[in-house]
Ligand binder design. Structure first.
Ligand SMILES: CCCCCCCC/C=C\C=C\CC(=O)SCCNC(=O)CCNC(=O)[C@H](O)C(C)(C)COP(=O)(O)OP(=O)(O)OC[C@H]1O[C@@H](n2cnc3c(N)ncnc32)[C@H](O)[C@@H]1OP(=O)(O)O
Length: 179
């Protein structure tokens, strides 16, 4: 979902100095899902977009989720009026549970490869964004959730002792591949 006043422009944005994605984007080619796990509100008056993660129950980062997230970041990146992006969660108590472990467990090497490429694409897009990016961490954010917030320029976390954040994935025997 991408809500804003006016149509989303897909035009080239080289005139304002941003490195833009090509019109046919890798993430768009991969996206078969019609479900919406990301809601985006763009405020034209401030130039700031709020991206809400709304994948119940815990915003786990599945291939579909990552794909939708990348498409939305790409769209905002191409909009010269968008200067800032706030990433937050609509789910209670959880920012993101990290990678969807069901996407890795018992899957073929090819499928795992596709999944890890999507993970890489997600953090590269956020880390390389020309927008000012802020993670508003309003719940627990282990492993891939922590990674996602680390790729933003700024992080603000809700002050609640029940919320945790960190790279705990080795406890599951998961080691991120080289790239
Ligand atoms: C700058 C860039 C540098 C690059 C460096 C790269 C370094 C590598 C970085 C990242 C690597 C990441 C690997 C991973 O992310 S692996 C996933 C690790 N995640 C976890 O271990 C999270 C486990 N979950 C929890 O701790 C809790 O669920 C929590 C998120 C705290 C929420 O707790 P709660 O509200 O109590 O909810 P439940 O535990 O009851 O869970 C509800 C249902 O959600 C399912 N669930 C939870 N987490 C996941 C997940 N990650 N994937 C899939 N499903 C998940 C859980 O099983 C419950 O399901 P059900 O209701 O059917 O029982």
């Amino acid at each position: 979902m991408y809500a804003r006043s006016g149509l989303l422009s897909q035009r080239s944005c080289s005139s304002h100095g941003r490195e833009c994605a090509t019109p046919v984007l890798a993430a768009q080619r991969r996206n078969n899902s019609t479900a919406t796990k990301i809601a985006v509100e763009f405020d034209q008056s401030t130039g700031v977009a709020v991206m809400r993660l709304q994948g119940p129950p815990v915003n786990s980062l599945s291939l579909d989720f990552l794909t939708e997230l990348c498409i939305n970041v790409e769209k905002l990146e191409m909009d010269k009026n968008c200067r800032g992006l706030i990433l937050t969660s609509s789910q209670p108590k959880v920012f993101s549970a990290g990678l969807d472990i069901m996407e890795i467990y018992g899957k073929s090497p090819e499928r795992c490869g596709e999944f890890w490429r999507a993970v890489q694409e997600m953090w590269l897009k956020l880390y390389g964004s020309s927008m000012v990016t802020i993670a508003a961490i309003n719940g627990s954010s282990p492993a891939g959730g922590c990674l996602m917030s680390m790729t933003c320029d700024y992080r603000i976390m809700a002050d609640n002792p029940r919320y945790s954040i960190g790279l705990n994935e080795t406890q599951l025997g998961i080691v991120a591949p080289f790239w």
